[in-house]
Design a protein around this ligand. Structure first.
Ligand code: NCD
Length: 323
């Protein structure tokens, strides 16, 4: 059981690697992943169930609530013929209640499992476990840090829509301070050229200046706006996000800003192009009016969710060397 160095670059060799951050990826690695997602998607559409992971058991340890990500990982393993060990509410159900460290939990679990999928409220917690164990660890969200599998499925959804991520123009709205899906997505998009991103958020929830500098230095053209009237007319994607209530100490402050920017049919009509798609990592809690759901450009309950399962299937088979 020799612990590996986590945050190792993927460099197109997935077997045995952790998926902790989009900073581990380069463009060829992402493109290889996209090819695998496309292949698996085609296979699942005809065969429904595959057997690539029939010799594997994957553990899901979620210390924060989740419906979509948990289910999508669980179903991804099962569609690949694998088994799961599932712990939701792991903060209450695991020995962490007795004071066991996450690293020790990982050290025990790696004797039973082939890979660990983990979500936890603390930034850096998943990396800690990855450092302690030798089996692949996948980050299903670490606090307001990153959510790499969500970032990758979002990029794949954009690619399917537009055929190329080079030159893509994306509006990202909502909680850019705490929104981990946004942090991962921007690292991912920065691997492509000519990417232009407009950020729309309340002042309090702006993307941290350090991250803006990092993304800019990685080549993204970033413009910050604070009013819907400044949304550029030619976006390919609007990526809307929820204000992350669970990260606020002061709930009155959350209540004041939670509905700063609401996606309405009128806004889409005024500012949206015909070739736009509307995305959201979900759950939505009021920031997209239900009337928008019927717009054929809305993909947040359809393609985007489905691609999550295929993306996780691809990543699991790749890190487990099972393709
Ligand atoms: C996101 C998350 O948990 O970060 N949800 C998800 O994984 N689909 C976004 C969110 O909770 O707002």
């Amino acid at each position: 059981m020799t612990a590996k160095t986590p945050l190792e670059p993927i460099a197109s060799r997935y077997t045995g690697k952790d998926i902790v951050s989009l900073t581990q990826f380069d463009r060829p690695s992402v493109e290889l992943l996209f090819d695998t997602i496309t292949q698996l998607k085609k296979r699942v559409e005809t065969e429904r169930m595959l057997s690539l992971l029939k010799k594997h058991i994957v553990g899901l340890f979620f210390f924060e609530p989740s419906s979509r990500t948990f289910s999508s990982f669980s179903v991804a393993v099962k569609r690949l013929g694998g088994n799961t060990l599932e712990m939701q509410e792991a903060g209450k159900a695991s020995s962490s209640v007795k004071g066991e460290t996450l690293e020790d939990m990982g050290r025990v679990m790696e004797n039973y499992l082939d890979a660990i999928i983990m979500r936890h409220p603390e930034v850096g917690s998943v990396e800690k476990v990855a450092r302690a164990v030798s089996i692949p660890v996948l980050n299903a969200g670490d606090g307001s840090g990153e959510h790499p599998t969500q970032g990758l499925m979002d990029m794949f959804t954009m690619l399917e829509h537009r055929k190329s991520l080079d030159g893509i123009r994306v509006l990202i709205s909502g909680d850019l301070l705490y929104g981990r899906t946004v942090h991962s997505l921007l690292f991912g998009l920065s691997l492509f050229s000519g990417v232009r991103v407009t950020l729309l958020s309340p002042e309090r929830l702006r993307l941290p200046a350090m991250l803006i500098d990092t993304y800019r230095s990685r080549g993204i053209t970033i413009t910050e706006i604070h009013s819907e009237s400044d949304i550029p007319a030619d976006c390919d994607v609007w990526y809307w996000t929820r204000v992350q209530k669970e990260r606020f100490d002061d709930l009155a402050e959350y209540e004041r800003i939670k509905n700063a920017f609401i996606l309405t049919p009128e806004l889409v009509k005024q500012k949206g192009s015909d070739t736009l798609i509307l995305m959201h990592p979900l759950p939505r809690v009021g920031e997209i009016e239900p009337a928008v759901d019927d717009d054929p450009r809305a993909v947040y309950f359809t393609r985007q969710v489905k691609n999550g399962m295929y993306t996780r299937m691809a990543l699991l088979t790749m890190v487990l060397g099972a393709l």
